[in-house]
Design a protein around this ligand. Structure first.
Ligand SMILES: *[C@@H]1O[C@H](CO)[C@@H](O)[C@H](O)[C@H]1NC(C)=O
Ligand SMILES: *[C@@H]1O[C@H](CO)[C@@H](O)[C@H](O)[C@H]1NC(C)=O
Ligand SMILES: *[C@@H]1O[C@H](CO)[C@@H](O)[C@H](O)[C@H]1NC(C)=O
Length: 585
């Protein structure tokens, strides 16, 4: 976090924002019991009945104060398929055994965390990895459990998955530790987690809970301009007095599209899709009239749909707003050209204003995406790297595949290798949260100048790094996320070796008796590493999932078939062989 006024996030809005007030909302003591009879799925046979206890408050029973003027239907034309993945060749027995032993190590790391979550923090939002206790950070709805459902499935931990589904069946969204919930985090972690686990398992309990939660979040759109606020205050939502904020994180408005669209696709109810289609048109209308045409500022006036502020980045606060544009294009089978246009226009601005090439002793051909401010039309670029921005490599690669842009594939690979370089440069083998680098005047590179480094560099840092604003590592996934996507799209096996080095470095610095912990300073020498008593749910939902997948067969979560949300939850693209499940109204 750069300063007290700045929330680190976007993909992670809640790290430094705690729930504003704490009081338990009214609980209904008598909750009816509903029994679903499961359709037997040929791929994944399941037990035949599971009981769902509905939540204590039914959000669909509310009459909206600001109903939508019209409902935009889901696109109903032909879904296009996209070839995103590399065509992998059969691997040799020695490659296979190396890969599988690495994968076993990743699974053991997950297993240890999960066992301790069960033993010491069951149904709590997070396991505290130093004290072996639990805490609630995201509403108290068992965030780690819901966020981990699809990882349990992917790692084939079937009995743990069953146990977790049972726990989900009695989750009550009306039973919470706060008077409000963070709409962004609730959407990406809980709703995304439930939808992906449903897409993988076809378990109706998960869909029932996803619909309940989707309806609660949908109530957050009941504002005068149908733009949701950052906080969903439950009482205000019930009274119809919700209103968006005048200084609101842009990613918190722009990152509902994938989850809401998938919910409409699965249920056939277009209202969720329609709600986010409205937000897309608000962003579209403003795209060329911001201080940096093509991009939207990190903070927006959501109440008045104004985009006048002057800070721009792909990092904290804005990130998934951009990430979701190409992913939406993919999820709706290429039927909404607006996502392609908005994305390509935004990336033109990124190329022009944000990308920079650092100077390194070995003159590495890598890129970072920095953060800029604009004053009277003049753009000033901060040559800053952020762990949160490391997703951008994967985004450029995915966009390059979807829109046949080889130049974007090249940028994506260089951004990915930039983050990998920053990992390997520090003594722990891990990249810091936020830092500045010395940079070349152009993207074509420059000779290393030892004198320049000596003069302006902080000599305690690796050469080429000018400053570390935030030296921590909190178990974030974005670097391995991009490395995984680069691997799946190129088949380059050296990326598995790179991932293995990263995994070992992270384990060495973060492992605790109960799980894994964030660390204070990645520049600390061995033996001096200070761990924090925090293991965010994304460690199990994202970081370990990506490490597991890069050491898995390429058809496990094939990127031709799945779109991953910003919390690494794979949503099934409704490609033809699957579309029989979907009925459009
Ligand atoms: C919630 O309310 C809606 C509308 O009143 C109703 O159709 C639905 O069955 C209710 N859901 C449950 C689980 O009671
Ligand atoms: C509410 O949630 C808490 C914590 O998750 C749990 O212990 C309690 O049993 C729940 N209460 C009801 C009525 O579901
Ligand atoms: C915004 O600007 C871009 C690039 O100049 C142009 O291609 C695009 O059509 C403009 N969009 C709108 C909505 O005017």
């Amino acid at each position: 976090m750069a300063g007290p006024a700045r929330a680190t996030g976007g993909r992670r809005l809640c790290n430094c924002i705690t729930l504003i007030a704490v009081s338990v909302t009214t609980l209904l003591l008598f909750r009816p019991i509903v029994t679903f009879v499961l359709p037997l799925n040929i791929d994944n046979p399941l037990p035949t009945t599971t009981t769902v206890i509905p939540s204590g408050f039914n959000w669909t029973s509310l009459i909206p104060h600001n109903p939508p003027k019209s409902i935009t239907p889901l696109p109903s034309g032909k879904f296009h398929s996209f070839a995103v993945q590399h065509e992998f060749e059969p691997e040799s027995p020695s490659d296979s055994s190396k890969r599988l032993s690495r994968r076993t190590a990743v699974k053991s790391a997950f297993d240890k965390c999960w066992k301790n979550y069960k033993a010491h923090a069951w149904l709590r939002d997070e396991l505290e990895p130093l004290s072996g206790s639990g805490k609630d950070t995201y509403g108290g709805w068992a965030a780690t459990l819901v966020d981990s459902l699809d990882t349990l499935w992917i790692m084939d931990l079937q009995s743990d998955f069953r146990e977790a589904v049972k726990a989900v069946s009695v989750l009550d969204w009306a039973n919470t530790t706060g008077t409000a919930c963070n709409m962004f985090e609730t959407n990406i972690r809980y709703l995304g987690g439930l939808l992906a686990a449903f897409d993988l398992s076809q378990e109706p309990v998960l869909l029932a809970k996803a619909v309940e939660l989707g309806d609660m979040l949908y109530a957050g759109f009941d504002t005068p301009n149908r733009i949701p606020p950052f906080w969903l205050n439950f009482e205000q939502a019930k009274q119809g007095s919700l209103i968006a904020e005048t200084h609101q994180i842009s990613a918190s408005v722009g990152s509902f599209s994938l989850e809401f669209t998938r919910l409409s696709q699965i249920t056939g109810d277009p209202k969720y899709y329609s709600a986010v289609a409205h937000l897309t048109s608000v962003f579209e209308e403003s795209q060329n009239s911001t201080a940096m045409p093509g991009m939207w500022p990190t903070f927006i006036d959501a109440r008045n749909a104004r985009f006048d502020e002057n800070s721009f980045t792909l990092g904290a606060l804005a990130d998934s707003l951009y990430e979701y544009l190409p992913k939406m294009y993919s999820l709706v089978g290429g039927q909404e050209k607006i996502y392609e246009k908005m994305y390509l226009d935004a990336m033109d601005a990124v190329k022009k204003h944000l990308l920079f090439r650092p100077t390194t002793p070995d003159n590495k051909d890598i890129l970072f995406s920095g953060s800029a401010t604009v004053s009277q039309g003049v753009v000033t670029l901060g040559h800053e790297g952020q762990h949160l921005s490391c997703f951008a490599g994967g985004m450029f690669i995915l966009g390059g595949k979807l829109f046949s842009r080889p130049d974007h594939l090249d940028i994506g690979a260089k951004l990915t290798h930039g983050c990998a370089y920053a990992y390997e440069a520090f003594p722990t083998g891990i990249m810091p949260e936020i830092f500045d680098m010395m940079h070349c005047a152009s993207l074509d590179g420059c000779e290393w100048d030892e004198q320049r480094w000596q003069n302006q560099g902080n000599l305690d840092l690796p050469r080429g790094f000018a400053r570390v604003q935030s030296p921590s590592y909190i178990l974030r996934p974005e670097a391995i996320e991009s490395i995984f996507i680069l691997y799946r799209t190129t088949g380059d096996k050296t990326l598995q070796d790179l991932a293995w080095r990263m995994f070992q470095s992270i384990q060495k610095a973060t492992e605790t008796p109960y799980g894994n912990a964030g660390i204070e300073d990645v520049n600390a020498v061995n033996g001096k590493i200070q761990q924090k008593n925090s293991m965010e749910s994304f460690w199990l939902a994202e970081t370990l999932k990506y490490f597991y997948l890069i050491f898995s067969e390429s058809d496990l979560i094939n990127l031709d078939d799945y779109v991953l949300n910003t919390e690494a939850h794979p949503l099934r693209r409704p490609v033809p062989h699957y579309s029989s499940r979907i009925s459009y109204n």
